[in-house]
Write a protein that binds this ligand. Sequence first.
Ligand SMILES: NC(=O)c1ccc[n+]([C@@H]2O[C@H](COP(=O)([O-])OP(=O)(O)OC[C@H]3O[C@@H](n4cnc5c(N)ncnc54)[C@H](OP(=O)(O)O)[C@@H]3O)[C@@H](O)[C@H]2O)c1
Length: 316
Amino acid sequence: MNTQTLCVLGGTGFVGRHLVTRLANQGHRVKVLTRHPQRHREIEILPGTTLVGADTHDPTALQEQFAGCDAVINLVGVLHEYPKQTFRAVHVELPGKIMEACRVAGVKRLLHMSALHADAAQGPSQYLFTKGEGEQAVLAARDLAVTVFKPSIIFGPDDNFYNQFAGMLKFSLVLPLACPNSRFAPVYVEDVVAAFERALHDKSTIGQSYELCGPQVFTFKEIVEDIARMLGLKRWVVGLPDGLARLQGKIFGMLPVKIFTTDNYLSLQVDSVCTCNSLEALGITPHSVESIMPTHFADRTQRRRYDALRREARRN
Ligand SMILES: NC(=O)c1ccc[n+]([C@@H]2O[C@H](COP(=O)([O-])OP(=O)(O)OC[C@H]3O[C@@H](n4cnc5c(N)ncnc54)[C@H](OP(=O)(O)O)[C@@H]3O)[C@@H](O)[C@H]2O)c1
């Protein structure tokens, strides 16, 4: 396998940490660009990996950092808008700047992370609509060798989704849930990063867009109930009627820190299920939630009990 020099944007996030670890362990030289280098120093422990503090929206910084790289990987994406972080700036303008910087720096290969059902024509939410625009623009760049990935919700021991609901379930006996019947095909983070790795070595992936899904489909309510079961908690997950779900999005969307917004509600109107799952075609057998998450939650629960016992012992 040939080793390459790679520049990763979004390499400090959930998917990014898994991808960078895998690429570094395979001997690639990986440069991770971040706006907050002081928060992610642990990444530098990986062999052949450099963490670079940079304004990733500055075209000149991008050109400088891309120079000498064989490929650029863009994982940057956001679920919520803030005054200084619009969907358009992150999902449309940034990919445009990345493509331009690739051209100036002479980088031909670009791997781009989109999302399942991102759609520049019919995206029901600004998240899916702008993701679709960014994806369309990179795929249209005939002078670059582009591959696009479109996963459903991604799970793993350190994910945001399963762990966020695990946290909520711990503290509430009843959990009101918006859009309980929306469907997902959760895909394991290591399967997603295996797809990126495959694309780096396989020229037939150039110009392609890959939908990535796990082996099973669940409703939102089934997922949250399953998390409670894995945690050994008896909880009541109550599906909200549509009007209340909308209202929840509106009210939560006004909070300074966002966990659920009207745009998230609109994204949930489309089932996050593949039309054609590409994992098998890429030679990757998808892992089930059941094969990964119960062990993680059991370890977590055991660690908590152990910590509580130690605290108790110290007090006595
Ligand atoms: N997780 C999922 O279930 C899922 C499902 C489908 C698609 N995706 C897509 O997969 C990608 C990675 O997801 P993730 O879960 O790993 O995300 P994440 O954990 O939230 O990480 C996001 C990364 O993007 C960077 N970033 C965030 N806001 C930014 C901004 N305004 N400007 C520039 N950089 C910014 C962060 O880098 P610094 O803060 O270090 O600069 C961070 O490394 C995203 O494009 C996401 O849309 C994720």
